[in-house]
Structure formats: C-alpha cells, structure tokens
Design a protein around this ligand. Structure first.
Ligand SMILES: [Zn+2]
Length: 448
C-alpha cells in the first residue's frame, strides 16, 4: 500500500499544479464563452430550434479549439413548447398571479378552490373529498444560502411529482410555490413527471411573492379561488445531441476523464448560469490545458436534455458502455456561477490518497478538504453509476443561483466573472490531476 501511495502522490509536481491554478485564474474566459452561448443562441429547450443552434454552436467552438474527435451523438428527446399562461385569484380578492407552467404540463383552463399543503405527504394524509375538484397548492419553501443545493434536493419533489400525486386524488390542477429562492416575481419552472394510468392535470409554479400572498389569504381563513390557464404543445419526439470533443491524452489516449456540462436550458431565460457557465468552464479548461496535454484523454461532453429526463446522459452511458471501465472519473459542472466551496468524491476506497492529494491542491482556492460522498456527481452522471465510474464534484456557492434558477432572470449579467474563474481553476486542477495519476482509480461501489 505504501509504495502505491508514493507512486500515486508522485504523479504530478506541486509546482506544475500551482502554475496551472494561477494560469486559469488569470486567463479563463469562461464568462465570455457562457455569455456568447446565452446571448447568441439563447434559450435552448430540448428539441427546439434553439437547441439545434446550440449543437451547431458547440461543434463550431470545439472545432475552433482544435479538439479531436469532435462530434454530435444524436439522442431522441420529447419536445414541449410553452404557450400563453395566466393565473389569478378570483376571490376573495382579484389579484393577478405570476405563473409558469412546469415542463410537459398539459394545457387547460380551470377555476377552483385552492387547498394548501406543505408536502406530498400532507396531501396524501387528506381525505380524497378535500382534494377532489380543487387546485392543490404546494407551499414548500427552500432555504437560501451557500449550500442551498441540499434544501433544493429536499423541496424539489413537489415540483417533479406533486401534480401526479394531486391528480391521483382527483385535483383539477397543481400549483407550487416556486422551488427557488429570492423575492423576485419571476416563477421558476422545471421538470415534472406524469404517472402512467393517471390522467395528467395542468401543473404550474407561482412566483414566490405570489405564493406567499396565497398562503396569507388561506392562513386568514379565506376560501380562495384561483383561475389558471395554461397553453402548451407537446410536439412529441424530436432529435437533439450530446456534443463531444477531446483533448487526446499523451500516454493513455484510451483512458478518459469525462468533463461534463449540459447544453440545453429552460425556455424562460437564456441559460447563462444553467448551464452556460458549466459549458464555458469546460471549454476553457481544455483550451488552457492544450499547451501540455495530460497523460489521459479529457473528454468534454455537453449533454443534451439534462432538464427534462436526462436523455443525453442515458444515451451517453449506452453508447459508451464498453469503454466505461476506462473512464478514470467524471466531473459535471452544473451549479451556476458561484465559487467552488467543497470537493466531494465517490470511488473505491483505494482512491482516497489521490482524492486527498487533489483536495490539498485545491486548498489555496479556499476549498474545504476532500470528502467522500456517495451522492457526489451531477445529474448527467447518474447513468454512469451502475458501471462504477468514479465521480467527483465541486459544490459551488449557490446563494444567488437559486434566485434565478429556471427563471427569465437566468441571463448573462448574472454571471460573476471572478467566482467563475475560481471554479474553472478548481475544475482544471481536478481534471488535470485525475488525468495525470498513473493508475486507474478503483471503481465506485454502487450507491444505496
Ligand atoms: Zn442545470
């Protein structure tokens, strides 16, 4: 074990890593690349015209960088298009509500009494006759803060599964307090799932101040009636693509460090921080490493349709099944523009010294020591789990991220260039060191 540790720890010099860290902090243009995607392509929901332009944009960018094996790997997605949307309180007062349909919501117009619940569990504890014919209002706030991701993860079930649960109990529509933070009046859209055998009902998110208005009226004992009207078109199956390009490894070209981000975005904003920043950072990392490529290949994968069903991620895992054992590790950048705070990893236990060494190299960037975490890894890396591909993660300060997440406010001006440069520098160090370590890491145990 000891000789192995010495071998692993001798993989790259401290000076080399230090120079790289500084170079990226000084030279990263991730901010400009992200804004170029946001401003010149704009919204790019899966299967849309914007999505097609994003694929062309990414191919051109990768070719410009001189990456190898640049290609678009086609995947099938479901294309859904938002139409006109309107909501208002009709009694006891008339008030307009700012609303956005959730992804793939059915169209429809309903007017009914609102029943407020704090969770799916609370809804399920109500007798069916309290829900039948009514609009279910899920009022489940998330907490704002640097590590808001955790709060997001525990609140998001009402967005993804709330409408199906409400439909099952006979509700005519489902509205949620936006899963997000801040006090802006833009609603936060996002994915939701229908369930087989339950006819879907209109599903929408209210802007946070509007959800609070509704909650205050209900808390005052009022019987509140809301009218909700959503138009949308489900176009059915469409094509999208994962866009892939490589910086070929100088010694082990068939071994891969996967550096991912997602190319699609929601339709309301321009996808600058979700996930333009991840795309910008990934492309800058390979640009800045190009002068001296590491031992292994760095494969940039810009995933299709992360936002509604992970079609790109599942497509990638299937297409590349045979080479997953040669994936050294995978990192996805998909948490906006904030500074990296924590480094997390999930791999076999013998990977610990390597991860510890990477953690030490991240310390000057203000990142907490490496920690093993079976939940490490972005959403697009989920399908790599069964093959045991080691995953690494840089948890970013998401204090402001969830203010704009999935809203019309996700635009270029929200990017914080210095914070993004720090993230890009950290991700470069992680990617480079994983690509440089002599041995392949032990595969990750299957997550529970
Ligand atoms: Zn995202």
């Amino acid at each position: 074990m000891r000789w192995l540790m010495i071998l692993l720890l001798a993989s790259c010099s401290n000076r080399e890593v230090e120079e790289l860290r500084t170079k990226v902090l000084e030279q990263s243009r991730a901010h400009e690349v992200a804004c170029d995607l946001a401003d010149r392509v704009g919204a790019r929901p899966a299967g849309s015209e914007g999505d097609r332009r994003a694929v062309a944009w990414a191919l051109a960018r990768m070719q410009e960088l001189g990456l190898s094996n640049v290609r678009a790997e086609m995947v099938k997605v479901t294309r859904w298009e938002r139409g006109a949307e309107h909501a208002e309180i009709v009694s006891p007062v008339r008030q307009r509500l700012f609303v956005a349909g959730l992804g793939q919501s059915v169209a429809g117009t309903v007017e009914a009494e609102v029943v407020r619940v704090g969770s799916i569990e609370e809804l399920q504890s109500l007798p069916d006759e309290r829900v039948k014919g009514r609009i279910v209002f899920y009022d489940k706030p998330m907490e704002r803060g640097p590590r808001a991701l955790e709060s997001y993860a525990s609140a998001v079930d009402v967005r993804s599964a709330g409408a199906a649960a409400a439909a099952k109990k006979g509700a005519v529509a489902s509205i949620i307090r936006s899963i997000g933070t801040g006090s802006g009046r833009f609603p936060h859209t996002g994915a939701q799932r229908t369930r087989d055998g339950i006819p879907p009902i209109p599903a929408a998110a209210l802007a946070i101040p509007d959800a609070e208005l509704l909650a205050r009226l209900i808390a005052a004992g009022e019987e509140v009636r809301v009218k909700l009207s959503l138009e949308s078109t489900l176009h059915g199956e469409a094509e999208s693509a994962n866009v892939i390009g490589e910086l070929t490894g100088r010694e082990k070209p068939d071994e891969i460090v996967l550096l991912g981000a997602h190319l699609d975005s929601w339709d309301l904003g321009t996808g600058a921080v979700d996930d333009g920043t991840g795309v910008g950072a990934a492309l800058e990392i390979v640009r800045l490493l190009k002068a001296a490529p590491p031992r292994r290949t760095i494969r940039v994968v810009l995933f299709a349709n992360e936002e509604h069903g992970l079609a790109g991620a599942f497509g990638y895992a299937k297409t590349h099944q045979a080479e997953l054992m040669k994936h050294q590790a995978a990192l996805e950048l998909d948490l906006g523009t904030g500074r990296a705070l924590d480094f997390r990893w999930h791999a076999g236990p013998t990977a610990e010294p390597v991860m510890h060494e990477i953690g030490e190299a991240l310390e000057p960037l203000g990142i907490t020591p490496a920690k093993q975490d079976p939940d490490a890894g972005g959403a697009d890396l989920i399908p790599l789990g069964p093959a045991g591909v080691p995953k690494v993660d840089l948890l970013q300060d998401s204090t402001r991220y969830f203010d704009v997440h999935h809203t019309a406010d996700d635009t270029c001006d929200k990017i914080e260039p210095d914070a993004l440069a720090q993230l890009t520098s950290a991700a470069t160090v992680v990617t480079f060191m994983l690509a440089e370590t002599p041995e392949l890491l032990e595969r990750a145990p299957r997550a529970k």
